[in-house]
Each structure stands twice: as C-alpha cells, then as structure tokens.
Design a protein around this ligand. Sequence first.
Ligand code: ADP
Ligand code: X15
Length: 403
Amino acid sequence: MTFQTLDDLDDGQRVLIRFDLNSPVEDGEVQDNRRFARHAATLRELVDRDFAVAVMAHQGRPGDDDFVSLSQHAEILSGHIDSAVDHVADTYGDEALDAIDDLAGGDVLVLENTRMADGELPEEEPEVKADTEFVQTLAPEFDAYINDAYSAAHRSHASLVGFPVVMDAYAGRVMETEYEANTSIAEKEFDGQVTMAMGGTKATDVIGVIDHIGDKIDDFVLGGIAGQLFLRAQGYPIGYDVEGMDLFTTQWENNQEIIEEILDERGDQITVASDVAYGEDGERVEVDVEDVDEKGLGIMDIGTDTAEEYADLARESDAVFVKGALGVFEDEKFATGTVTVLEAIAETDCFSVVGGGDTSRAITMYGMSEDSFDHVSIAGGAYIRALTGDELVGVEVLREYAE
Ligand SMILES: Nc1ncnc2c1ncn2[C@@H]1O[C@H](COP(=O)(O)OP(=O)(O)O)[C@@H](O)[C@H]1O
Ligand SMILES: O=C(OP(=O)(O)O)[C@H](O)COP(=O)(O)O
C-alpha cells in the first residue's frame, strides 16, 4: 500500500477522521445507506482500540435542499456501532474545541458539516488548504489525521487535503479497500464487449468519463440527466428545468460544447433513450422521444423499450460498469430503467462494477444481492476517476506526505 494505514497507527491516540456520509435526504430526513455501514466498520475498530475520535464529513452543497447539519448522521452512526456518538453544531470554533478537549479514549464526536465552515470550500491546492484557519485550528488538537472518505477523494477541500500537509496522516479501512478495488479495475483489460451505463444527476462527472476513457469502453448507454442532455444536443426538446429545479440549465451551459464534440467524435459509441417516462396524475407515462413536443417535460426515467435495449447489450458484454441511476429509482414508478439493467447485469456472467452512493442503494432496495456484482462501490465521481486513471487528490496527498 503506498500510504500509511491503521495498521501503522498505535492504539489509544486522539484522531481526526474524515468520512463521506453524504447521503440522500428525503423530506429533511437523512437516509441510512451503505456509506454509514462501511465507515462504521472503521469507527468500530477505532473505538475498540481506545482512540478518542472526532469525525469530519460533509452533507450536500450550500444552497441545496440536502445541505443539512450532521446531527442525524451522528445518530445513524451511533446505531451502526451500538455506542454513543455525540455531535456538536460547530466545526472548528470554540464550541467544537471545548467538545474536542473533553474527548477521552473510546469517545466519538461528530463535528458539524464541513461545508458550513469557512475554508472548506472552494477547491484549492492542498498547501493552500493547509494554511486555512480550519486546518490550523484543528490539527494541533490531534495526534493523527485519517482519511476514510474515498468517495469524496476527488474534491480538493480543506478536510480532505489540508491535514496531511501539516500532520501525520493515514488511510482508513474504506479508503484502503475502495482504492485497491477501483485501481485494479482501471488496470483490467477485457477481450469482449465493454459497456458503461451512466446516469444520475451529476452529468458533468459522467460526461468527463466519456471524454477520458472512450478508448476503453465500446458502448456508453445513457440515462439520468446526462442522457437527457445528449438528447437535447441531438435536437430533441428534452432536458429543461421544470418547477425551479437546476438539474439541467447549468450543466447544459457547462457541457454543451463537450457533448457536441463527443457526438462528433464518438457518436457511434453513444446510445441514448428511444423512449422516456414521466409522471402524470401520479402514474408512469411513456412516450417515444420522437413524439416529445414540449420543453420542460419532467422526464424521470428511460422507457421500457430503451431499458430492454440496454439490458440486451449488458447480456452480451464481457464487462459492464455502472455509474449513476438511469431514473429516479427511489420512486418505484421510475425504477424500470435502473432495475432492468441491474438485473440483466446480475444474471450475466460478466465482470461488473456498480458505482455511486445513491445508485448502489438500488441493488438492495429492489431485492438484488451485492454478491451478484464484482464490486459495488460507495463512490461515484471518485470511482469514475479511478476508471479513467485520473488522480484522486485526497489519495495523492496521503501518498505525497506519507512519512
Ligand atoms: N431523470 C432524472 N431526473 C432527476 N434525477 C434523476 C434522474 N435519473 C436519476 N436521477 C437521480 O440520480 C440520483 C443519483 O445521482 P448521482 O448522485 O449522480 O449518483 P450517485 O450518488 O449514485 O453517484 C438518484 O438518486 C436518482 O434519483
Ligand atoms: O456523493 C459524492 O459523490 P458521488 O455522488 O459522485 O458519489 C461525494 O460525497 C462528493 O459529493 P459532491 O459531489 O457534492 O462533492
């Protein structure tokens, strides 16, 4: 391993650990998910080894509905480790420092959402983040920093890259196992058809992949927001924001040019929906893309015909990679695309990886087993960058400053 791990750390120390507990929030309620379970295993080990632990994590982005306090996250973590987990509504101010001072061996304290604190954002070089008041205030309070947040390691934020510059830094167990799995994937070669199914809401992450690894992937089948932006680039009146959402306009403006370039250079590798689904009077309604004639239709899933087309391609593939849901699978009416493709992959003898904190929830939500896939990552954007061979700044800084 090219960075220090928990095996290199003596027991009973005061540690500041970074998790990625970024989770779906439905009607203000944080949804438990696999990220909690995976990080709880690291936390259980630290508590059993008598560490005094302060946890940093982020939730959502400023201005978004899911940008909330980590108080619920502390409760969910407590349930997973079956031990008390405190929360303080402060990240590095006096209230946080007082709570940190009171930490003893076996105690766990969750600090407030890092993105609510000055210095965390925006992305800047690790050395710049190391000089922030955020890092300079917290670092002296601990013996070591641990980064367990592989799924946020593509973000150069203070809590992810600033601390290894100024203090002893280690990889947590999630960081260790996800790095090993996802790096090995990037180095694999396949003889047969390699297919990548991409969707979700973060079209910018997804579009970057096509641009980077178009030579390794034979076919990209698209859904989610990215799929709609590619349809819009082909002239269909699809991919417009409705009811004040901002899922499309910004991402269209930021990606229109690269989408058009990709269609010019790799159009034969890109498959988009031939039919789509939307909600009307609480029901799922399907329509052929050719027949969509109104801008602003709230498209929530790929259609049944498209889902079957994508599933057939998956069945013929030697390897299938998935990132981002093909529809709003949390609503059963719009789970057809995601579930049809995942079930096809699960029943096919192929090498398969499903990535994405939200997307991987669909597996257990619809009665499938994670064992049916070669790797189910809790990372989305980070897993994609591992596939493309892009550096993960949170990993590189652990490596660069390892003693
Ligand atoms: N057509 C769509 N419109 C709005 N949201 C969508 C659509 N298709 C998929 N989604 C949403 O995308 C989310 C996952 O997106 P993203 O965060 O990019 O993936 P992940 O977190 O798995 O990496 C899912 O929660 C799903 O509800
Ligand atoms: O959920 C995450 O990324 P993912 O949606 O790509 O899995 C990470 O927590 C990063 O969150 P961000 O994309 O708001 O920086």
